[in-house]
Design a protein around this ligand. Structure first.
Ligand SMILES: Nc1ncnc2c1ncn2[C@@H]1O[C@H](COP(=O)(O)OP(=O)(O)OP(=O)(O)O)[C@@H](O)[C@H]1O
Ligand SMILES: [Mg+2]
Length: 576
């Protein structure tokens, strides 16, 4: 037998007062109805009788035969019955449709965010807040969904960063990512594991700017045939601090190829040495303008000391000394460190990947700085979730583009980009491993770089950024959206505590023995508004929105094709 949602059932009320009120209402309606029939009937078919203006007196006169029920009264009665029937039918239909759309958690919204909190996320309020910061974009921001009890649309403004945690197949791409890209007012970055996002958005983005699709594993085959490549060593040369940039590039390779939770690797020592080794090798390759594939050749041949010779005598003295010491290390250590380095850059040995990193006939060179300076260009990064071979490439390009955007923002008035940049980071854990993303998250909003990081669970974030990193990301996101499909008790219990409690009136009935009859007592009890079990069973289409400074909101997701999306501008100039 299907269970009842006992926890959500409200306490039964005493039926007496309700029956008495309903009876009184019916009697009053009947008296008014009879009076209206006789009065209006007299106007239709005048019989010359004088109908009293007081409905009660009129009904008494009718009962005593002092006034008559005329044909006109019958016509009015039939018309009134038909009108009342149509009205009741309409109301019942609307209520029925509303009831059919309702899920078992919807009533909980009465204990969540109040009217003012919900209103503060309306398009009007968010637009007002944008304008007060000097933001002139016509789109209010990033659409979230509809609050369940009022149906009001909820928006995050152009300073809010989002974090979405939804289980698989719950609608995150179709209700959050696709609309975000379709409404992007300027530059847009999109990560995904499937072609669904590109299919639904690329024709629109092509009308507003240049589209670049990085697809090393041919997941979006045929959708974009333009040929291009980028040189990861441009990341090293992007400013005068080549040593730090080379180290960051090596860290990205390490993070993109790491297995298990961040920081949990038992071979961490060799890998940290390998990061230093790779940093020096990247620096050497960048100095000589060599392709990054040369670094793969160097770590494969321990006897080739070319990189040491390149760095010796250069301005990068400490790196040269460190590199030389690595080549001179005790053979076992040296072999372990070089093997770890080779593991990190193994993708550079794959033709499938190298074609994106080295000049090819007819392929255009992608410049992250030019992209960051564009009006409304789009970068799609697609990578296979099962096979992470392309992940270092997608990670490096993403980081290079974000850094270029930050650099550009820092040259703009107020360190804010003139038109907000939209980064729809769907399935990011499978595509981009950027250890420093949580640190950047708290500053992106003020620079006009608006991200939505989408993960399948909190644990997936911990795997990428470690416990501390994920906590940082969670705290820095001003809009956290939790969709259905979670089963991690610890996470759900913490979420239940964040959602909080409310008080309820509880009635208890006791039956005393002897001459003490039935006694009823009421008490106020505090209960968790949604407990972990209820959150684990959050129905499809519902989401909890935690927006900074507001009580939690229960919202309904809206698929992109049911949203009022703006049509694409006619030409590139109108996107500006
Ligand atoms: N509001 C909605 N009402 C009904 N169906 C919906 C709604 N939103 C999405 N769906 C359907 O749910 C399915 C999953 O949607 P979607 O691909 O967006 O989910 P996802 O969470 O991104 O999945 P994945 O984990 O595979 O990336 C699709 O078939 C989609 O059409
Ligand atoms: Mg998806």
């Amino acid at each position: 037998m299907a269970g009842k949602d006992v926890a959500r059932k409200s306490q039964p009320r005493e039926p007496g007062p309700t029956i008495a009120l309903a009876t009184m209402g019916l009697i009053a309606a009947a008296v008014l109805g009879v009076w209206a029939c006789v009065t209006l009937g007299e106007k239709l078919t005048a019989s010359g009788q004088d109908v009293p203006g007081n409905p009660v007196v009129a009904v008494i006169d009718l009962a005593q035969g002092q006034i008559e029920w005329t044909t006109g009264a019958t016509i009015v009665a039939v018309a009134l019955v038909l009108i009342a029937g149509a009205l009741l039918g309409g109301v019942a239909g609307a209520l029925g449709r509303r009831q059919a759309r309702k899920t078992r958690v919807d009533d909980v919204s009465q204990h969540l965010a109040g009217r003012a909190d919900v209103k503060s996320l309306s398009a009007k309020s968010v637009t007002r807040a944008n304008r007060s910061r000097g933001e002139a974009t016509s789109v209010p921001g990033v659409y979230i969904g509809k609050e369940v009890s009022t149906g009001q649309d909820l928006w995050g403004g152009w300073e809010d960063l989002h974090l979405d945690l939804w289980g698989p197949r719950q609608g995150k791409t179709s209700s959050r990512i696709i609309p975000m890209i379709r409404r992007a007012p300027g530059i847009c970055i999109s990560t995904s594991c499937k072609r669904d996002v590109i299919e639904a958005t690329m024709p629109f983005r092509q009308q507003v700017g240049r589209v670049w699709v990085l697809d090393p594993q041919d997941k979006a085959l045929g959708l974009d045939t333009s040929r291009w490549y980028f040189d990861p060593l441009d990341f090293v040369r992007r400013d005068q601090w080549w040593d730090g940039n080379a180290e960051e590039l090596a860290e990205i390779f390490n993070a993109a190829t790491a297995r298990g939770e961040a920081g949990s690797d038992p071979n961490a020592y060799f890998y940290s040495q390998a990061v230093d080794l790779l940093a020096s090798l990247f620096l050497a390759a960048a100095m000589e303008g060599r392709p990054i594939t040369d670094v793969y050749g160097w770590v494969s041949n321990l006897e080739d000391s070319t990189p040491v010779e390149i760095l010796s005598g250069s301005q990068w003295g400490p790196q040269a000394a460190d590199l030389a010491s690595k080549y001179r290390a005790e053979p076992r250590t040296r072999s372990n460190v070089f093997s770890a380095a080779k593991n990190m850059i193994s993708c550079l040995g794959r033709r499938q990947i190298v074609r994106w990193l080295t000049p090819q006939a007819g392929a255009e060179r992608f410049d992250p700085v030019a992209f960051a300076g564009s009006t409304a260009d789009t970068l799609y990064l697609v990578s296979d979730e099962e096979n992470p071979i392309g992940r270092p490439v997608t990670s490096i390009l993403t980081v290079a583009v974000f850094k270029a955007l930050v650099d550009r923002a820092d040259t703009c008035p107020g360190s804010r980009l003139p038109v907000p940049v939209t980064a729809a980071l769907d399935e990011i854990a499978n595509i981009v491993r950027w250890p420093r993303l949580p640190d950047y998250y708290s500053t992106f909003g003020s620079r006009g770089i608006i991200c939505d990081t989408v993960l399948q669970s909190y644990a997936q974030g911990v795997e990428v950024w470690g416990e501390q990193g994920m906590k940082k990301l969670w705290s820095a996101a001003s809009i956290v959206v939790i969709g259905p499909g979670h089963k991690d008790y610890r996470f759900l219990d913490e979420l239940a505590h964040l959602i909080g409690t409310h008080t309820e009136q509880q009635r208890s009935v006791s039956h005393g023995g002897g001459d003490r009859g039935r006694s009823v007592s009421t008490q106020i009890v505090e209960r968790q508004t949604l407990n972990a079990a209820e959150l684990a069973a959050l129905p499809f289409g519902r989401m909890i929105v935690l927006a900074t400074g507001r009580r939690p909101i229960l919202a309904r997701m809206v698929r992109w094709d049911h949203q009022d999306l703006p049509p694409a501008p006619k030409n590139k100039e109108t996107a500006a």
